[in-house]
Design a protein around this ligand. Structure first.
Ligand code: Q46
Ligand code: ZN
Ligand code: ZN
Length: 307
């Protein structure tokens, strides 16, 4: 296997792109590939103040490294969920994010659930019906709330998350099997800002998970290799397993599934949510000020109101 650009030994073969590259050309190719997507969707520009959600894993650190190399003005946000599970999961992940930021002299902000709200994610979920079996749905709600609030308070222009193509394809498969039209209508790599919500973008949404991992390894980025202990048996991993099998037999199937879906959205295949800006602006959580559908406490504040 030889690099298509220089003929040297290739380190990665991307069958979906019919492209093999050596280390040097791969480390040039991926940032260019990501930049094309940033420009195509007008995700952000060099004038924007960008907040990157970082978990300490390969995807978010590889993406932050790429945005940093491309010269964007970025700051990171790490949310410590207080997950220990005998492997000090949250604290070790935080350390990787912290060391990455220090090496590049980038600002990293830390939100700590236990410090800021008095309970870890496991403790919160243990006392609620929604999270008793598995904390993931509460974890998602809490992370979305904290990220959005932090980004709005800090007056950032855009919030970046490192969802990769494998994540997007797995979510798409799950939503398709459930026929969740509401979620299917919102799967684009850019969610525009609206009153109370910052613009959210996914510059890695056309990058395969193995491409992000290869980039992190080739750049010598130290990252958290353990998965969150609660991800075992998750719906997302279940769908990823099948998508990987299909990809093995039909290279590019994940990419086509996702890209054809984006074309379907662009062609109006899914109804958009009926939310008028005026309505949202009038309905604010009396405690935290974030938008709610009801006008009473938002789902996040309700979690702590129960105590
Ligand atoms: S961090 Fe949170 Fe994930 Fe862990 S508890 Fe579940 S949702 S698996 S991305
Ligand atoms: Zn080469
Ligand atoms: Zn609230």
């Amino acid at each position: 296997m030889r690099c298509r650009k220089c003929g040297e030994k290739a380190v990665i073969n991307m069958r979906q792109h019919r492209l093999s590259l050596c280390k040097q050309h791969y480390l040039e190719w991926l940032p260019n590939h990501v930049m094309k997507l940033i420009e195509k969707y007008e995700m952000f520009s060099e004038h924007d103040h960008i907040l990157v959600a970082v978990s300490g894993g390969k995807d978010s650190l590889a993406l932050w490294d790429i945005l940093w190399k491309l010269g964007f003005h970025t700051e990171g946000l790490y949310i410590n969920l207080g997950i220990d599970a005998k492997i000090a999961y949250s604290n070790r992940s935080m350390k990787f994010a912290h060391e990455f930021a220090v090496q590049r002299n980038l600002p990293l902000h830390i939100a700590d659930i236990k410090r800021d709200y008095g309970e870890s994610i496991r403790e919160i979920s243990a006392r609620t019906r929604r999270g008793r079996d598995k904390p993931c749905s509460l974890c998602g709600l809490i992370k979305r709330h904290i990220m959005n609030r932090f980004a709005l308070d800090g007056q950032y222009d855009v919030l970046v998350t490192a969802h990769n193509l494998d994540d997007e394809a797995a979510i798409l498969l799950a939503n398709t099997l459930d026929w969740s039209l509401e979620f299917l209508a919102r799967g684009e790599p850019v969610l525009p800002s609206k009153p109370g919500f910052l613009k959210k973008v996914k510059p890695f949404s056309r990058t395969y998970e193995r491409e992000a991992a290869a980039y992190a390894i080739l750049r010598n980025i130290e990252y958290m290799r353990d998965e969150c202990p609660f991800s075992i048996d998750s719906k997302q991993l279940y769908y990823k397993k099948y998508l990987n099998e299909w990809e093995e037999n039909r290279p590019g199937i994940k990419l086509r599934f996702y890209l054809n879906y984006l074309s379907a959205i662009a062609n109006g295949a899914f109804p958009t949510r009926q939310e008028s800006a005026g309505q949202l602006a009038q309905q604010r959580c009396p405690q935290c000020g974030q938008p709610t559908n009801t006008g009473s406490l938002c789902a996040f504040c309700k979690l702590f109101d129960e105590i």
